[in-house]
Design a protein around this ligand. Structure first.
Ligand code: NDP
Length: 323
């Protein structure tokens, strides 16, 4: 990697989330120990843009990359990178490194487990009964192993979620683009032709896909129509995976029992959006698995050290595939 000898090398940090200050603090501390030659800078204090060799970002403002013509790599402070890749000022050749797990897997596993238990033990119906003081004992539970869960995505998060469900007695099946070998207890299928069959056999469908042209609008009526009656949808990936009106229609006519949604096309979810008014949909404000400051900083610094030594860090995004 080319460096201008004798020139200061800087990392420019920008994080739009509330975890930004803690993350930057941790990053400064860890850089000091592991890569003291790299000077951390907090946007908008760019200094001399020609000295900025790395950018660590979550939702950078428009034009952020324009003056940074000497960048060697961009480190995303997130697992999903679709908005970053859409930035017109991000040079096409630049390596983009995303977060892999960094503490998010455990949180995501808890979030999905909550949703699965909610659906499995028929809480949408129990909550509706309670709202009308109805003592309904007609919500039988069946064994976890007979309650089928399809997970769209067999990546870092999909696998962790699946493993947690296995520990809780479920037999999840993950779906991916390519063939993969997954840990024992997790079923697997891959390719477009396998998707409808998976939906047909899934009482809960969980979306943990990256947002790409191939996965946009993937949670639609075609899937909802073939899911078993009383099915449940969990979307913790991106709002654009879900066709909102198809979900509302499937729940309204009783084909689906409900949904747990963490991500939306517009965030914050507008007050007038029909999801808020549908009691069988649980809305959470994109909190399923927030980036963890210390683990995120550790992964960013580890990637920089590897790049500085000419090694390839984990989480390198395939810019053609979009993830
Ligand atoms: P990974 O890249 O590790 O995994 C992605 C998985 O999706 C892979 O198994 C991949 O298949 C599969 N996939 C991609 N495209 C397709 C396709 N066209 N058809 C079938 N399968 C496909 O991502 P992560 O698990 O780290 O993260 C997943 C997403 O979760 C992120 O992109 C982000 O949007 C979201 N997220 C949400 C958070 C929240 O708080 N709500 C927090 C963190 C992440 P293959 O294995 O064959 O490549």
């Amino acid at each position: 990697m080319n460096k201008d000898i004798g020139m200061t090398q800087a990392l420019l940090f920008h994080c739009a989330g509330p975890e930004g200050p803690a993350m930057f603090k941790s990053l400064c501390k860890q850089l000091e120990h592991k890569a003291p030659d790299i000077e951390p800078r907090l946007w908008p204090e760019v200094g001399n843009p020609d000295e900025v060799r790395y950018a660590a970002v979550w939702l950078p403002p428009d034009g952020f990359f324009e003056p940074l013509t000497k960048l060697a790599a961009v480190l995303a402070l997130s697992a999903g990178v679709e908005r970053l890749l859409d930035d017109p000022h991000l040079p096409a050749h630049l390596p983009v490194i995303r977060l892999e797990d960094a503490g998010m897997g455990e949180l995501m596993a808890e979030y999905v487990l909550y949703g699965v238990l909610h659906a499995h033990r028929q809480f949408p119906q129990l909550v509706a009964n309670a709202a009308t003081a109805h003592w309904g004992r007609d919500c039988p539970g069946n064994a976890a192993k007979a309650f089928h869960i399809g997970i769209l995505g067999a990546g870092v998060l999909g696998q962790q979620v699946a493993m947690r469900l296995v520990k809780n007695g479920y037999t999840p099946t993950c779906w991916s683009r390519t063939n993969r070998s997954l840990p024992e207890g997790i079923g697997h299928c891959h390719g477009d032709e396998a998707l409808l069959d998976l939906a047909r056999n899934s009482q809960v469908l969980v979306c943990l896909l990256p947002l790409t042209t191939a996965t946009r609008n993937i949670l639609d009526k075609e899937l909802f129509n073939v899911m078993p009656a009383g099915g449940f949808v969990i979307n913790a990936a991106r709002g654009e995976h879900l066709v909102d009106r198809d979900l509302i229609a499937a729940i309204s006519r009783g084909a689906l029992a409900g949904a747990l949604l963490d991500v939306f096309r517009e965030e914050p979810l507008p007050a007038e959006h029909p999801f808020w008014a549908e009691s069988r949909i649980i809305v959470t404000p994109h909190i399923a698995a927030p980036s963890q400051p210390t683990a995120t900083a550790a992964q960013v610094v580890d990637s920089i050290v590897k790049l500085e030594h000419g090694q390839q860090p984990g989480g390198l995004v395939n810019r053609e595939l979009g993830y």
